[in-house]
Design a binder for this molecule. Structure first.
Ligand code: HEM
Ligand SMILES: *[C@@H]1O[C@H](CO)[C@@H](O)[C@H](O)[C@H]1NC(C)=O
Ligand SMILES: *[C@@H]1O[C@H](CO)[C@@H](O)[C@H](O)[C@H]1NC(C)=O
Ligand SMILES: *[C@@H]1O[C@H](CO)[C@@H](O)[C@H](O)[C@H]1NC(C)=O
Ligand SMILES: *[C@@H]1O[C@H](CO)[C@@H](O)[C@H](O)[C@H]1NC(C)=O
Ligand SMILES: CC(=O)N[C@H]1CO[C@H](CO)[C@@H](O)[C@@H]1O
Length: 354
């Protein structure tokens, strides 16, 4: 009898001990759950405010708010590219310029009442394709007013224009960007890389946007399409060191050919293909030509001046590698300093703030 009582007391004790342990656990778990919820909330807040990596962009952001948007954009772009094979280059370059100045926020599209907007900076003077962006925006506004940002339109049109050649997209575009309200010429001048820059400066320009040397080399491959104006490289043809000489790093026969195109140092109207093999085909030829010292700008040639970057050039001569790497780097470029959540606005017209 006594033994049983003692045993029960012991049991009770053990149970109460267990109960206490269990309570500790429950309390601990509850605390953990609170902490976890707090963490999730903070992450969401940070992502909405654009602080977290990727900037809160996501795949198919307009799936519910404007399901037809991406198809509408693609159809208009393909129609326009069919009529103007130079359009992919215009739109790809515009996306790049947008992202490098105040982030991918459509600021490159804003008109300037007093000639102080990004559009008025020297490199932007030759940006084309604004009218096509306006056509796209008008169609998307008709479909779902006030929903799709001009910043997303820029990113999507660049992808779709290049996709026309392949009848399928070469890279994924996340969406959910919002439009900025500020466009300053001084920001463009300070952030858009110059065709006269050396490797060190280019590397710094890209690092300032969170992009690596690898991204710099890969994205320069965009110069596989499009053209450059003579005055941006003719110093390499006629007067490289002030002695009436050519740039020794430029292939001599290619330099001779370029002199037949750009007749003088002052020529600022003639345009020349940046990829002498195929300036309307998006391919890895930029790197093939570059390795033969036929890069058009000093900024192209600069990629051969360090071991690390020239090794990357060698890798990208592999076409499959170029396509894979380009898709990754341009996705990264498309997330530079984006406005998301409630930041910025959705412009009614791409050339003016609301
Ligand atoms: C590495 C630094 C870069 C420099 C210094 C640079 C410079 C230039 C220059 C000077 C032009 C010729 C503009 C003209 O004469 O009208 C040009 C054209 C172009 N750039 Fe770049 N660029 C760079 C990077 C990029 C990137 C990252 C992209 C896109 C991902 C890009 C895409 C283009 C395209 C597609 C064109 C042809 C535009 C056309 O024909 O309409 N560039 N670039
Ligand atoms: C005109 O330029 C000045 C800077 O010179 C700027 O402060 C102002 O906001 C600009 N006006 C518009 C309408 O953009
Ligand atoms: C690159 O260009 C910058 C700016 O023009 C210059 O200060 C720097 O010395 C150059 N670097 C090299 C390695 O030539
Ligand atoms: C070449 O550059 C030098 C030094 O800047 C200059 O004095 C000369 O006039 C230039 N030559 C031409 C043809 O522009
Ligand atoms: C081209 O050069 C001419 C003559 O030097 C000048 O008047 C004109 O403004 C220049 N155009 C551009 C777009 O730089
Ligand atoms: C100030 C200026 O000339 N801006 C131009 C920028 O490029 C677009 C498209 O070519 C022109 O329409 C602008 O006038």
């Amino acid at each position: 009898m006594l033994i049983i009582i003692v045993a029960e007391a012991e049991n009770d004790l053990r149970f109460s001990y267990l109960r206490r342990e269990r309570e500790k656990w429950v309390v601990g778990l509850r605390k953990m759950r609170t902490n976890f919820l707090l963490l999730v909330c903070l992450t969401i807040i940070f992502c909405v405010s654009g602080v977290c990596q990727g900037g809160g962009l996501r795949k198919n952001f307009y799936k519910h708010s404007c399901p037809g948007a991406e198809d509408t954009i693609k159809n208009i772009i393909w129609k326009n590219v069919a009529a103007d094979s130079g359009l992919p280059a215009d739109l790809l370059r515009m996306h790049f310029h947008d992202c490098f100045v105040r982030g991918c926020d459509g600021s490159v599209l804003l008109d300037s009442p007093n000639k102080t907007a990004e559009k008025d900076s020297i490199p932007n003077l030759t940006l084309e394709g604004f009218d096509v962006i306006d056509e796209v925006k008008a169609a998307v506004e008709k479909l779902c007013p006030g929903v799709v940002s001009c910043a997303d339109i820029l990113a999507l049109t660049a992808r779709d224009a290049v996709a026309f050649q392949f009848k399928k997209p070469l890279w994924e575009v996340l969406t959910g960007r919002r439009d900025g309200r500020v466009s300053r010429k001084s920001d463009a001048d300070a952030n858009i890389p110059s065709p006269f820059s050396n490797f060190t400066t280019l590397k710094q320009n890209f690092a300032a946007k969170g992009l690596t040397v690898h991204d710099l080399v890969v994205l320069s491959g965009a110069h596989t399409i499009g053209q450059g104006h003579c005055n941006l490289f003719s110093n390499r043809l006629y007067n490289f060191t002030g002695k009436g000489d050519a740039d020794p790093s430029l292939d001599p026969s290619y330099a001779a050919f370029l002199r037949t195109q750009c007749r003088s140092l002052a020529d600022n109207t003639t345009k020349v293909a940046m990829d002498p093999r195929s300036d309307e085909s998006f391919d890895n030829h930029y790197f093939v030509s570059l390795k033969q010292h036929k890069g058009l700008f000093q900024s192209d040639a600069a990629l051969l001046t360090t071991k690390i970057s020239s090794n990357i050039v060698n890798e990208l001569i592999n076409s499959r590698k170029f396509f894979t790497e380009f898709a990754q780097s341009i996705k990264k470029m498309g997330a530079i300093e984006v406005l998301t959540g409630t930041n910025g606005e959705i412009r009614k017209k791409c050339n003016a703030v609301n």
